[in-house]
Design a protein around this ligand. Structure first.
Ligand code: SF4
Length: 377
């Protein structure tokens, strides 16, 4: 139980591209939410069994939704709850995701004092037109101000989220946004390509033909420009969407990518014990009523098969700089790897092969070629 995720589902409004499990609220039931998380923990503690014994928390991650909508007093009390109930390892990583308009000197100071040492800031863009199109609630300069305020407050690590691959005509320039953001000194950047998810406003606009995502070569060009801009600034591209200054990788996300067990609490949160993955009820209202009545909010679970475990290991390994061991020489999997090495999509580094930025653009095709080759890679 070294890695704990808490899903905070509340948002002020739904962003145009978002299909996450959220609850749009003008007033956030912050205290009630924290109480339900405590209750869920109590309900599941005996089932977690060995995972909770002799284990201290190395990483605690509040994701969402918008965790920065919780009252800092409630967030702090939840961190204290985990400290008392489980305990933290030396130098734990405690992250919250925050929207830029929730950051001010007071909130940053209270988060720090409560034990938060990493903030992941949902900047997404510095263009007013793009933010309006995204239905974001913050202003274009809030992202820059937010990073500066968090650094001033003494946060050990500040990450920013950016979105690229936006429809042409919006005038988005993610590489230019990045250059401006780098001036205020983030330690980590997560850059995500826009995807059209079913049921979102973006999917409806796309179906009506009022927006069109950029063609593949434009998308690839933006991805590579983001990579180059951050590489020049000294960031390591350590996962397909993530870049860090030395020593500033997300330890929590690395635990996922390395297949480590974790416990997820809150609506829609997933947990993994090394063999079984389970997930909670998705909707806040159902989750809340279930936990309040003293029932485990489990919605489903699955025992991963050996094939699924192997496929995840391959996929996650190639998503990261850690790579995967190469297939045995002369096998069909080896032929796929040799071809990809020749194209510059994979690189051989010591005892592993890892994807290059060009390879990350073809990750699904590479994994598919490796898994459908007769020796399964
Ligand atoms: S703030 Fe984040 S979680 Fe909330 S609607 Fe926007 S993208 Fe989705």
């Amino acid at each position: 139980m070294r890695h704990v995720y808490v899903h905070v589902p509340f948002c002020r409004r739904r962003c145009s591209y978002c299909d996450f499990a959220i609850a749009v609220r003008r007033t956030v039931p912050s205290e009630r939410f924290v109480e339900r998380i405590r209750q869920e923990w109590a309900l599941r503690r005996s089932a977690l069994g060995a995972q909770t014994r002799d284990a201290e928390i190395e990483t605690l991650y509040f994701g969402g939704g918008t965790p920065s909508l919780l009252h800092p007093r409630d967030l702090t009390s939840l961190i204290a709850f985990f400290r008392d109930e489980v305990g933290f390892a030396a130098n734990p990583e405690i992250t919250i995701e925050a929207n830029p308009d929730d950051v001010d000197g007071m909130s940053a100071a209270l988060w720090c004092r409560g034990g938060v040492n990493r903030v992941s800031l949902g900047v997404q863009s510095l263009s007013a037109a793009v933010l309006e199109w995204m239905h974001r609630v913050h202003e274009s300069e809030d992202g820059l101000k937010g990073v500066a305020l968090l650094k001033d407050a003494g946060l050990a690590s500040v990450s920013v989220d950016l979105i690229f691959g936006l429809p042409e005509g919006l005038g988005a320039d993610p590489a230019d946004d990045l250059r401006r953001l780098l001036e205020v000194g983030p330690d980590h950047v997560s850059a995500y390509g826009l995807t059209v998810e079913a049921g979102t406003p973006l999917a409806r606009w796309s179906a009506r033909g009022t927006v069109a995502v950029p063609p593949d070569d434009a998308y690839a060009g933006e991805f590579l420009r983001v990579h180059e801009t951050l590489a020049e600034a000294g960031f390591e591209h350590y996962e397909v969407s993530n870049f860090a200054r030395p020593g500033r990788r997300s330890r929590h996300n690395q635990a996922y990518w390395r297949g480590r067990p974790y416990v997820g609490l809150g609506p829609s949160a997933h947990s993994f014990d090394g063999a079984v993955r389970r997930w909670n009820l998705r909707e806040w209202a159902r989750y809340e009523a279930t936990v309040r009545s003293g029932t485990d909010p489990r919605d489903g679970d699955e025992l991963l098969t050996a094939e699924q475990v192997d496929l995840e290991r391959l996929y996650l390994g190639l998503r990261t700089r850690e790579g995967v061991p190469p297939p045995a020489p002369g096998t069909p999997g080896d032929q796929v790897v040799q071809a990809a090495l020749g194209q510059g999509w994979l690189a051989l580094e010591g005892a592993v092969v890892r994807a290059t930025p060009e390879g990350w653009l073809r990750l699904d095709a590479l994994v598919s070629a490796l898994t459908t080759s007769p020796d399964g890679g």
